[in-house]
Design a protein around this ligand. Structure first.
Ligand SMILES: Nc1nc2c(ncn2[C@@H]2O[C@H](COP(=O)(O)OP(=O)(O)OP(=O)(O)O)[C@@H](O)[C@H]2O)c(=O)[nH]1
Ligand SMILES: [Mg+2]
Length: 502
């Protein structure tokens, strides 16, 4: 049964945004009292939170499909849809989040870090929000956009100050059990430890963490034993302790050759860019099992040689607890010194995760197709706008066209050589396909008239000032003529009447 998992692929789906609502307010004596359709709620995000209480990615191994709640629909009477419930996934401190191609998205190396790994979709605007002085009663609303959907890779890299490395059965787990409250499995067969164990050690007033990783053997870098797989967990350690077994009865093994083998394996481990290679970190040697008399003799024998090679050497026994205090205090000093150095060193550049600046741009890609060129419009905005459009609703489609026009998509299409009737696709894949009918404003460049003239000017319906003046005079003349006629008629009538009376 698996009890420890340090690598897992998560399949995530953030919540979909709720659709906006089309609704018209009705009042007793005013049945059409304006739009009142509410906005859809935003979809919930999937958020990773680093939590020191969590030590394994096991739960994600068992259920890697996770999704956040969808946003609710907008409703009439200006009621907004409910906001989708966000999903928080707790991960151990030291989890590295990567995209499927292996690029690091974020390194959760501090407790309490939050990373929105899958942002939820946007809720669509209701027709109340789409109303403006020019468009008083929109008969459409925007749809919610889908939330982010995809895979991410979680990789746990334990964060500890000290790592214990050595052959199997050298007593690494026994050591961590003797100096901390950790209780790993201890047994006299190789590869007892199958996953890293963490312990907290208190030495005087220094407190530091120690990691025990599975044993290494010759050829580990080629995958022998458990391989170098678990050295990922010592990557972030400040110091290494070589635990050497002085009581082994295996032929061909002694503390010195063991150390050489381990050093060679460690040298073969590639650390990520920007980190100190394992062998350049401070290293101490612990000669273990000195409670056994022969082991004590052997330790005395090899100590000068090790010291000559520049290592600080400690005789220890995890059974009698001999030498453990010296070792932990030496480690405590080392860690304190390192911490002071770190604090005085210029702070490493903090990675600030900003929401991606909304892409102002879009691009038009020309692709050859069986029936002539296809013009593909790519860019965050056009793609989102298409997602928000209800294609059953003509008004909504018109709104989309207006938005695209305003962004300058049409001009760009002309510049790319599109002609009326050309096939235009928005987004990758099949996307939304339509035959393009340019609107008048951007048609100027399509005209075949000579440069500097525009045939549209000829059919201009706008009157010039002199024309207007002429028209005015004409109408004034006409009015004067009409008045004169009326006057003449009246006079004639009066003449007749007068004639009768006289
Ligand atoms: N006599 C004696 N035996 C010890 C001492 N430390 C560990 N052992 C024994 O050595 C054996 C292996 O110990 P572990 O702590 O499991 O060794 P390990 O290095 O963690 O081994 P793996 O997990 O297999 O890599 C056990 O049987 C322990 O009881 C010691 O100081 N003295
Ligand atoms: Mg062990």
């Amino acid at each position: 049964m698996v009890t420890f998992v340090d690598r897992v692929t998560l399949h995530l789906r953030a919540g979909k945004g709720g659709n906006g609502c089309v609704s018209v307010r009705r009042e007793k004596f005013k049945p059409l009292a304006g739009p009142d359709g509410g906005n859809g709620g935003h979809g919930g995000d999937v958020v990773l939170v680093s939590d020191p209480q969590v030590t394994t990615l096991l739960s994600y191994h068992h259920s890697p499909h996770r999704s956040a709640g969808n946003g609710g629909f907008g409703m009439g009477d200006n009621r907004s849809g409910a906001i989708g419930e966000s999903l928080e996934l707790t991960v151990p401190v030291g989890t590295v989040v990567k995209d499927p191609s292996g690029d690091v998205l974020v390194d959760m190396l501090e407790p309490g870090m939050r990373f929105v790994v899958a942002p939820g979709g946007l809720g669509g605007l209701g027709n109340a929000s789409l109303a403006n002085p020019k468009r008083k009663a929109p008969g459409f609303a925007l749809l919610g956009t889908p939330g982010w959907e995809g895979d991410v890779l979680l990789e746990l890299k334990t964060v500890a100050d000290v790592a214990l490395v050595g052959y199997p059965s050298a007593g690494k787990s026994s050591l961590i059990a003797a100096i901390s409250a950790a209780r790993p499995k201890i047994a006299d067969y190789p590869f007892t430890t199958l996953h890293p164990n963490l312990g907290v050690v208190q030495a005087g007033d220094v407190r530091f963490t120690v990691a025990d990783v599975p044993g290494l053997i010759e050829g580990a870098s080629e995958g022998k034993g458990l391989g170098l797989e678990f050295l990922r967990h010592v990557e972030r350690c400040t110091a290494l302790v070589h635990v050497l077994d002085c009581a082994t009865l295996e032929p061909g093994r002694d503390p010195l050759s063991d150390l050489d083998v381990i050093l060679a394996e460690l040298a073969a481990y590639p650390v990520p860019d920007g980190q100190v290679s394992l062998l350049e970190r401070p290293q101490l040697v612990a000669l273990n099992k000195v409670d056994v008399p022969e082991a004590k003799d052997l330790a005395d024998l090899v100590r000068p040689e090790l010291e000559a090679r520049g290592f600080r050497v400690f005789d220890i026994s995890t059974v009698s607890h001999e030498g453990l205090r010296n070792l932990t205090f030496a480690l405590g000093d080392l860690i304190t010194r390192h911490r002071v150095e770190q604090a005085s060193a210029p702070a490493p550049e903090r990675i600030v995760i900003r929401p991606k600046a909304a892409e102002r741009d879009f691009s038009v890609r020309v692709e050859g197709g069986t029936y002539g060129n296809i013009y593909r419009i790519l860019g965050e905005k056009p793609v989102r706008w298409v997602q928000q459009t209800d294609f059953q609703n003509e008004e909504a489609v018109g709104y989309l066209a207006d938005r695209l026009e305003r962004l300058g998509v049409e001009d760009q299409l002309f510049r790319s050589g599109a002609t009326p009737g050309a096939t235009v696709v928005i987004g990758e894949g099949d996307g939304i396909i339509f035959d393009w009918e340019p609107s008048v404003t951007s048609a100027a460049e399509l005209m075949t008239a000579p440069r500097g003239t525009d045939p549209r000017l000829l059919q201009s319906t706008r009157r010039t000032t002199s024309e207007r003046r002429e028209r005015y005079h004409d109408s004034m003349d006409a009015k004067a003529a009409a008045r004169a006629e009326l006057e003449a008629e009246r006079r004639a009538e009066r003449g007749q009447d007068g004639g009768d009376a006289e």
